[in-house]
Design a binder for this molecule. Sequence first.
Ligand code: VG1
Ligand code: CO
Length: 544
Amino acid sequence: MDAKIVATEPFDGQRPGTSGLRKKVKVFQQARYLENFVQAIFDTRADLEGGVLVVGGDGRYYNRHAIQVILRMAAANGVRKVLVGRGGILSTPAASCIIRKHQTQGGIILSASHNPGGPEEDFGIKFNAANGGPAPETMTEAIYTRTGEIDSYRTLETEDLDLDQVGETRLGNMVVEVLDPVADYADLMETLFDFGAIRGLFESGEFRMRFDAMHAVTGPYATEILEGRIGAPAGTVMNGIPLEDFGGGHPDPNLAHAKDLVAQTQGDDGLDFAAASDGDGDRNMILGKRFFVTPSDSLAVLAANAHLAPGYKDGIVGVARSMPTSQAADRVAQDLGIECFETPTGWKFFGNLLDAGRITLCGEESFGTGSDHVREKDGLWAVLFWLNLLAARKESVADIVKEHWQRFGRNYYTRHDYEAVDSDAANGLMDYLRGLLPTLPGTELGGVQVEYADDFAYTDPIDASRAEKQGVRIGLVGGSRLVFRLSGTGTQGATLRVYLELFEPDAAKHGRETQEVMQPLIQMARDLAQIESRTGRAAPDVIT
Ligand code: VG1
Ligand code: CO
């Protein structure tokens, strides 16, 4: 079957952000918009011709259509074989797992992650490389450059394929293998964690949990692993059927958007353990009875206890965290005598460290935790890790975290997001802060001396690639920090993220309410960045 060559013209603004190209569905629905970006991938990744590609997404609106477009274009661009999840479904970590296990040349993942879905909402596309991880910046920049010069794309004129049955079909000369989206991933989890011990928790009759899939992609994964392989009671997984609009909600596992689940952990009768994941299954939120584990603390606790899970029984070689993530993990690394890295926001910056064997665990404050088992953050993995920990230590979530604070000190932490702010105002605010930086060190903020103030830049220790302007950070003597950056995943105006951290070594002061403790820092950040006068916002939209 001959490829059809269709003339096209570049679109502005197809530069991938923190995690791929994310736009409103309406933007993707413009004729040739998706095709241009996909052709730019094929034009820059020469090894895809004659190679194998993984394709799947989080099941949101436009997922099925986009996959059919990509399959036809893959065939027309000489791809030998595509592995696609049944129904077009693959969680982000499962896609990473399949790329690695089947040693493919890469994958295309369709998702806008935690952003809402539906005809009026968001869609996204990203390319993952042969290591299973998000394309590094050199690759995304090459793709972006190509989108600016593209003048045609290749496709076939064929009917849509049936992707709802497992098995092999052909599209032109290309083989399309529809596979069970869960099996390879579930097998991998079984090698890392002690499913028998976790089963024991449920069999004890004294342990109650829920997992909220938020109507997003992890439903089938959690159902198979928790209720199927481990034997948790039916109904443990809630909102387990992926919906194109995620039931109208934000599939974002945090205290603001997973309210129903949080409510079930409250009161004397609250659940012992609750967890949720996001649209594409790479984020996680961990809750105990009346207890919220911050993602930064979660990374630190997992690092300190990793040896209790079979997959990490020999210990971990190093950890990494994104710059705005609290420094709790650093203290664990120091105690273990292992390396600790601070990287820019976005999982793509962990890839080289993982590939080089320099780190085993990594995480971000934005509810992302992961390890060298794949090259993406992994929501369900984190949940299983916690379950394994609970089974091994036979203590509650709250007790485990409180003991951790006693040992290492507590890093109080909060993030305030100002969403859909006017872009010029947000950029003006960041420029203003950057201008202030040289004047800050040595001065006092709220009676505490500023130790350093800079715009975070990172040189990758493996390939020496450089990332600049990754966020303004202001460190105070004693370990408190104020961090400001603009989101690279939003699709409307700009989102200003303000990250605040306060270190408290004194165990007698570990039981305080976070927002209260942080109030002076919150006010300091608002004043310093002139948030209200510059954005017109008296309060943040989301507090996590
Ligand atoms: C956000 C988070 C970042 C995360 C990224 C992708 O990016 O802050 O930590 O890696 O989302 O996560 P930003 O640029 O909006 O702050 V996901 O679950 O959207 O793939
Ligand atoms: Co996500």
